[in-house]
Design a protein around this ligand. Structure first.
Ligand code: ADP
Ligand code: 5RP
Length: 475
């Protein structure tokens, strides 16, 4: 089994075995190694490792060295396409990718030894491998395709991870059924399935059909046996499925045109990626059973280190592989996306100052950005509940933050009820990690210690995968 444990990265974030110890190399230490001028840039280093996170609201990069010190980081918001222009998302992601490469200080670029990318899970593209053109999608991580659910349920084991309307397999089957009946589909096309991070990595290395076992989980890949199950390989669309490697596995060198355009080394290796919440987990740098990471970004994704694998699509629960343990969890549609519709980040910070986290809010909401919930209630038809709205915005925010905390607690309690290791401590990643009042509310509601992860950006976790890939090549 591939190791993700900190021991795999000698010198990087030398975490002690006791998960409560602090990382040897803290973010402050890393940043202090940069120029006193605080411009986030240091002198060129021998080897740097690039991680790029494609989250829900924007893309970020982190450039680290073997000790985990951050030499540069940056972010770009997506230019959201018009409603209904799904292909526009691919254009926005492509633009963000190359804008971020251009944002990397030139002094560092020739030192970049490897790169990896994480993306939103189950975000799916159908690409023509004969031309490279986008045939369909992107179908986004939280889009549901209930039309395909009966067909998927008829081939998969009961309550399998793919038996969710938002699974990658439901997206594939929905497209397959539509395209095989659709007229005009080009006979010359050779369709292949790509996940968001697979596609972005493909823009850098140019080889089709390579993914990782975190992204491939929701199309049906079984990371325990490292193979697609026979009930899937026997399907007519199975030739569209990518080959699967461990996250952070070397794929190929950067394409020559990318190297020359951005001054990157022809020896820079592109490595397989992962999903954004797994990258956030890796960034948090922990891995002991009972420890969890909640990614509080646009959505709420929980990852609990468990010695027992738990998968149950009835509740949107599934297990990702981590070394010789499992990351059990799920992803709710609640989270920051709801907050962003109501308040700016500055308003969130200002209003939070007026919240007393020790006081329980009497308001009971189910904050969703739109119809549909994935976990801990798997219901594509579930409606948001954000009424009644009190006069005070601070009270309203308190009610929303506390209601999201209750959903998080329901999620962890559900994992325990399904047999996963009981949660003992939660580290927080994502934009919500910066809100200390919310952290205190969550600690009260969850009943376990909750703290901000040392590294809260998924891009840092992707950079760790790039370092892993480079180490694989050099070992
Ligand atoms: N002070 C804050 N308190 C709570 N949430 C915040 C705060 N500042 C930003 N956020 C939320 O963080 C989210 C962005 O987090 P991020 O991890 O970048 O999301 P994603 O990667 O999913 O796009 C936004 O939805 C925003 O509402
Ligand atoms: O909600 C999301 C968007 O940010 C996450 O990508 C996703 O659903 C988490 O999935 P996984 O547990 O497979 O990483």
């Amino acid at each position: 089994m591939v190791s993700f444990s900190a021991a795999f990265f000698p010198g990087l974030l030398g975490f002690q075995r006791n998960h409560r110890s602090r990382a040897v190399v803290t973010r402050a230490t890393m940043l202090s190694q940069q120029n006193p001028g605080g411009d986030g840039h240091s002198a060129a280093a021998t080897s740097l490792y690039l991680g790029i996170d494609f989250g829900t609201s924007g893309a970020r990069y982190a450039l680290i060295d073997e000790q985990g010190a951050i030499h540069s980081e940056g972010k770009r918001a997506y230019s959201a396409p018009p409603v209904g222009d799904a292909a526009g998302w691919a254009s926005s992601w492509r633009a963000a990718l190359f804008q971020l490469l251009a944002d990397i200080p030139p002094v560092h670029r020739s030192s970049i030894t490897s790169v990896s990318i994480d993306g939103t899970s189950a975000t799916t593209l159908i690409v023509d491998s004969a031309s490279g053109e986008l045939l369909a999608g992107p179908f986004l991580y939280n889009e549901s395709f209930p039309d395909a659910l009966p067909a998927v349920e008829s081939i998969a084991p009961a309550n399998h991870t793919v038996c969710s309307a938002s699974s990658t397999l439901c997206k594939l089957v929905s497209w397959w059924n539509g395209s095989s009946s659709a007229s005009g589909s080009s006979a010359a096309a050779v369709p292949v399935l790509m996940h968001q991070s697979d596609w972005l990595l493909w823009l850098l290395h140019g080889q089709y059909g390579v993914s990782d076992y975190n992204n491939a989980l929701k199309v049906g890949y079984d990371p325990e046996v490292d193979a697609y199950p026979s009930w899937l390989t026997s399907q007519p669309y199975s030739p569209m499925l990518p080959s699967v490697r461990a996250p952070g596995a070397p794929i190929a060198a950067l394409k020559d045109d990318v190297c020359s355009e951005y001054g990157l080394s022809k020896k820079c290796v592109v490595c397989t990626g992962t999903t954004d919440s797994i990258a956030a987990f890796l960034a948090a740098g922990t891995g002991e059973p009972g420890i969890a990471v909640t990614s509080l970004g646009s959505t709420l994704a929980i990852k609990l280190v468990s010695e027992v694998r738990v998968d149950d699509a009835r509740f949107g629960v599934y297990s990702h592989r981590l070394d010789d343990t499992w990351l059990v969890g799920g992803a709710s549609n609640t989270g920051g996306a709801v907050l962003r519709r109501l308040f700016t980040d500055d308003q969130l910070a200002a209003l939070s100052e007026h919240i007393d986290p020790a006081v329980r809010s009497p308001l009971d909401y189910y904050p969703l950005p739109k119809k549909g919930e994935r976990f801990p209630i798997s219901d594509p038809g579930m409606m948001p509940r954000l009424e009644p709205r009190p006069e005070s915005d601070a009270e309203y925010l308190h009610g929303i933050l506390e209601s999201i905390a209750r959903i998080e607690a329901k999620g962890y309690n559900l994992l325990r009820e399904l047999g996963a290791t009981a949660v003992e401590e939660v580290f927080t990643a994502g934009g919500g990690a910066q809100n200390d009042k919310w952290t205190a509310i969550r600690e009260r509601v969850l009943g376990v210690p909750v703290r901000k992860a040392q590294q809260t950006e998924a891009a840092y976790g992707a950079a760790i995968l790039a370092l892993k890939g480079a180490n694989t090549l050099s070992s």
